[in-house]
Design a protein around this ligand. Structure first.
Ligand SMILES: [Zn+2]
Length: 301
């Protein structure tokens, strides 16, 4: 059957698979899985941004997010050879990564299309965040970062070209996305948390994504996948998805709290599952098959 692959940027042969209330198309050429149809919940309800308390994650999850963002900011810093300090984060969410970059001495800017998240970032950083990507008055940038965002874009090729236009020669493009070749993706199939319909529009294989970036004028200088950032929550919530009718309940509750008996039961189950989830996440990170990966590329001349 013929479908459109966003990574090949072509109509290609492949397979349509209907699962629960959504359908994926898998490209025969590059293996990218594309969401072609979904019904049910709205993609970005208020609770996605943390509901009324206006904080996406608190407690341990919030502390862990801060740690991982600081780690990424240090990695980006280590790749910048000259004096380049102008960094732009596309899809900056609540601005936590940009805050970590400021601490590393970067001049920061960014964009966030979702109003709720953009308001959070602006109050956090006390600066203006753009609604759409890139500001022509301050481009080009030394570094463009895009963490866990490209899978939400319907035209990644157009985006990679836009990034290239807005980078200085030799500038760094850092990107991360979900790993369709992770252990947890293979184990849980349609119940995998990070499949995340209807928000994740396409999920690539790492090597195919790298090939595309090279074709679009980047050279790959670093890859990171031995970490556990999204691993434990991926295992815990995917296991809960096997027995729960409401999909991804644990992740939603981590943002908004655990009201009601059903949600409290999920909290108890998650507490029970946490050691196992950490162990499995450590295993897949050790064997380079974690739930997400990061790619660091340089704009070639
Ligand atoms: Zn393809």
């Amino acid at each position: 059957m013929i479908g459109r692959c966003p990574l090949c940027d072509l109509e290609v042969e492949g397979n349509f698979i209907r699962r629960d209330w959504f359908t994926h198309f898998t490209c025969d050429q590059c293996g990218t899985k594309t969401l072609v149809e979904s019904e049910g919940e709205p993609a970005y309800p208020d609770e996605y941004f943390g509901g009324e308390n206006k904080k996406k994650f608190g407690g341990i999850a919030g502390t862990a997010r801060k740690y991982w963002h600081e780690r990424r900011a240090r990695t980006v810093r280590s790749l910048i050879k000259g004096a380049g300090r102008r960094l732009y984060d596309v899809g900056c969410g609540d601005g936590l990564f940009l805050e970590a970059c400021r601490t590393q001495g970067f001049e920061v800017g960014g964009c966030e299309p979702m109003d709720k998240a953009r308001e959070q970032a602006e109050s956090h950083l006390r600066c203006s965040i753009h609604q759409a990507a890139f500001d022509k008055t301050s481009a080009p940038y030394d570094i463009v970062t895009t963490w866990q965002v490209i899978e939400h874009m319907d035209n990644p090729i157009a985006y990679f070209r836009l990034v290239r236009e807005n980078l200085v020669p030799g500038g760094v493009f850092a990107v991360s996305t979900v790993n369709m070749e992770s252990w947890q993706a293979s184990i849980f199939g349609s119940k995998w948390l990070h499949l995340d319909p209807p928000r994740h529009l396409w999920l690539p294989k790492r090597k195919e994504l790298e090939k595309t970036l090279i074709k679009e004028g980047f050279s790959i200088v670093k890859r990171r996948w031995r970490f556990m950032e999204f691993g434990p929550i991926g295992y815990a919530d995917s296991i809960i998805n096997l027995v729960d009718q409401k999909r991804d309940r644990l992740l939603k509750c981590l943002k908004t709290g655990f009201p009601g008996i059903r949600n409290k039961l999920v909290w108890l189950l998650a507490a029970f599952l946490t050691p196992l989830a950490i162990l499995l996440a450590a295993g897949e990170a050790l064997f380079a098959r974690p739930s997400t990966f990061e790619i660091y590329a340089i704009k070639t001349s």
